[in-house]
Design a binder for this molecule. Structure first.
Ligand SMILES: Cc1ncc(C[n+]2csc(CCOP(=O)(O)OP(=O)(O)O)c2C)c(N)n1
Length: 626
């Protein structure tokens, strides 16, 4: 069946009886491919029928489907002629794991971060209406993504709309882990069997804005709506906001889904379809542990176990362990996550200190201000958050935390290149956006022991501190380099002359290699671990500028506003004759691929950097000889 789907809308050529086989084939295909490439399995298995139904009802690319987060768009990619792309899924130069407008005309909007789809959809709707065009806009948002504030801002804004806008709420009762909060409880209430079976027969949907109504029961509800609706009609939260609610709708029944979507298309105004799906459906290990199969590396299909079991601790593991130790000693230490408890290494903390653990939902902005409130109230909050998601909370960092100099610790995970998730997830801006905030201290550890030392140090600080560390295995060599952490001080590792390399955090490993290559070619090379990106160690730079002609900085962050530029500015301000060579990422977005491939592409691999340093140094020396 899958072979018959060569491009968008081909699915419409299949008979209704063939659709069941197609959904089976799609699931089989996804399990096989993702078991090899890794990717987002459970979320994709959950939306196979929903995606098929949307492709049966709507005409692509004219109609617009906007996937929230976009991690669940694999079936959509399959149904729009991208089957072969799965061989290169998330690989360098291959197909993205998220919707990309440049990849297909059927991808209406690029996503990766959560809770944006209703805003983007509403924008499309207004654009359509302004231009007098006629197409459908469907935003598909998960119940986890409905914990993000932007979704409510958009619903609030959409409520006055008088033209059609379809929001599909894909409710699988899960975020990455179990979903949290009041909306989650509310949706759980709507899912209850009573409402479901009782209303499915007669009033399957609340149809008060559907123009053609033939059912007398619906008519009656319409007439006496205000008095009985609270009892009878589910979805009143949405209805009261002016958004027509249809549901709950069984999300694995293609015929029912198609009918609901067709009805929704008739509504003149915003309409929300509450679709109930099962995360991981059709693959037992993923049904049992949807959290584990949310995003997964290559695994064995028979067992669901990873192809290459993890051998070493990651930075995330180290962070989680040290925080538990510190929490034991300091009862005021609490941990906050924005729906990423396991991803940020807080699983154990949650178990040991449930009363001091806060999952705020996918709500980074709220998480930061919540931390500020905790800190103002005398608690020591640690917000563990991925670098790219913390971008969400920029004003909160300034307005609520730093302006009041509140002691909030930001454990900034997945900093630097993250690899296969691509440009929406690369943590390559945090050094710039954090170090430009007054009162903020920004640190980065070179190995696992330093992460532990920095975290302890951060918990003693009186203002906001960010400790940024990358995804993946923690570097566990060179334990001998473990001078005590001192505020604003960098660490001299190898002191020589002429060329100095200053590295930030995990780039230490690469910097060692850069130095080795330079020395192999006969160049003396000092190596310094920056430790602090804000404040920079001016005293160290003063000293280096006396004995070195070239200072190269290495960081896995964009150059603009990063460590290298801070060093360069200082050297310039002091009018030192030394040259500064900032080695960092370009002013650009970095696509998906292995970290090694991406470093090579961006010139942050050891060989390219050593060559650049050598070239510039030779140039400086020859100029001076002239
Ligand atoms: C701003 C932001 N924070 C965190 C994430 C990480 N994340 C990706 S998917 C996801 C859970 C989404 O849950 P839901 O919307 O219910 O989709 P499901 O995977 O259950 O289908 C999270 C927290 C993100 N993509 N964006």
């Amino acid at each position: 069946m899958l072979e018959r789907i060569q491009k968008e809308n081909d699915i419409k050529e299949l008979n209704p009886e063939e659709l069941g086989q197609l959904s089976d084939e799609i699931r089989q295909f996804l399990i096989e491919k993702i078991s090899k490439s890794g990717g987002h399995l459970a979320s994709n298995l959950g939306v196979v029928e929903l995606t098929m139904a949307m492709h049966l009802v709507f005409q692509l690319p004219e109609d617009k489907i906007i996937w929230d987060v976009g991690h669940q768009s694999y079936t959509h990619k399959l149904l729009t002629g991208r089957k072969d792309g799965f061989d290169g899924l998330r690989k360098y130069g291959g197909m993205s794991g998220f919707p990309k407008r440049k990849e297909s005309a059927c991808d209406a909007f690029d996503t990766g971060h959560s809770s944006t789809s209703i805003s983007a959809g509403l924008g499309y709707v207004q654009a359509r209406d302004l231009k007098g065009e006629d197409y459908s806009v469907v935003s598909v948002i998960g119940d986890g993504s409905m914990t993000g504030g932007m979704a409510y801002e958009a619903l609030n804004n959409a409520s006055a709309l008088e033209t059609n806008f379809i929001i599909v709420l894909n409710d699988n009762n899960m975020s990455i882990s179990e979903n949290v909060g009041g909306m989650s409880k509310y949706l759980a209430g709507l899912r209850t069997a009573d409402i479901y079976t009782g209303l499915k027969k007669g009033v399957t949907y609340a149809l008060h804005r559907v123009p053609v109504v033939g059912d007398s029961l619906i008519e009656q509800i319409r007439k006496t709506k205000s008095s009985i609706k609270q009892l009878m009609v589910p979805g009143m939260f949405f209805e009261d906001m002016g958004i027509t609610y249809f549901g709950p709708i069984p999300g694995h029944n293609i015929a029912v889904l198609c009918r609901a979507l067709r009805e929704a298309r008739k509504v003149e105004g915003p309409v929300l379809l509450h679709v109930i799906t099962e995360k991981g459906k059709g693959y037992e290990p993923a049904e049992k542990r949807p959290d584990k199969f949310h995003g997964i590396g290559p695994f064995r299909i028979e067992t669901g176990e990873p192809e290459t079991p993890k051998k070493k601790d990651t930075y995330t593991d180290v962070f989680g362990k040290v925080l538990c130790d510190e929490a034991k000693k300091h009862p005021k230490v609490v941990a906050i996550t924005a729906a990423m408890a396991d991803g940020t290494g807080l699983g154990k903390f949650r178990q040991l200190y449930p009363g001091r653990f806060f999952d705020v939902g996918i709500a980074e902005a709220h998480g930061v201000t919540f931390a500020a409130g905790l800190a103002a109230g005398g608690i020591r909050p640690v917000f563990a958050v991925y670098s790219s998601f913390l971008q969400r909370a920029y004003d909160q960092l300034i307005h609520d935390v730093a302006l009041q100099n509140l002691p909030v610790v930001l454990a900034v995970d997945r900093a630097g290149l993250v690899g296969s998730d691509g440009e929406t997830h690369q943590g390559i801006f945090d050094l710039s956006y954090l170090s430009s905030i007054p009162n903020m201290t920004v640190m980065s550890p070179k190995h696992k022991w330093e992460l532990a030392d920095m975290l302890r140090f951060a918990l003693e600080c009186r203002g906001p501190v960010a400790v940024r560390y990358p995804r993946g295995e923690a570097f566990d060599r060179y334990e001998e380099f473990r001078a005590p952490v001192e505020y604003g001080k960098s660490e001299m590792l190898y002191q020589e002359s002429k060329i100095a390399v200053l590295c930030v955090g995990h780039m230490f490993e690469t910097a060692l290699e850069v130095r080795r290559l330079l020395k192999e070619q006969g160049y003396a090379c000092t190596l310094v671990n920056a430790r602090f990106v804000k404040p920079i160690d001016e005293e160290m730079i003063d000293g280096l500028c006396r004995t070195h002609r070239l200072i190269a900085t290495i960081e896995e962050n964009v150059q603009t506003g990063g460590y290298g530029e801070h060093v360069m500015e200082y050297v310039c301000k002091k009018r030192y004759p030394a040259e500064v060579l900032p080695l960092a990422l370009p002013d650009d977005y970095v696509e998906h691929g292995s970290i090694l491939a991406l470093r090579k592409e961006t010139g942050l691999d050891a060989a390219s950097m050593a060559e650049k340093i050598r070239g510039l140094y030779c140039h400086i020396v020859s100029e001076r000889l002239l």
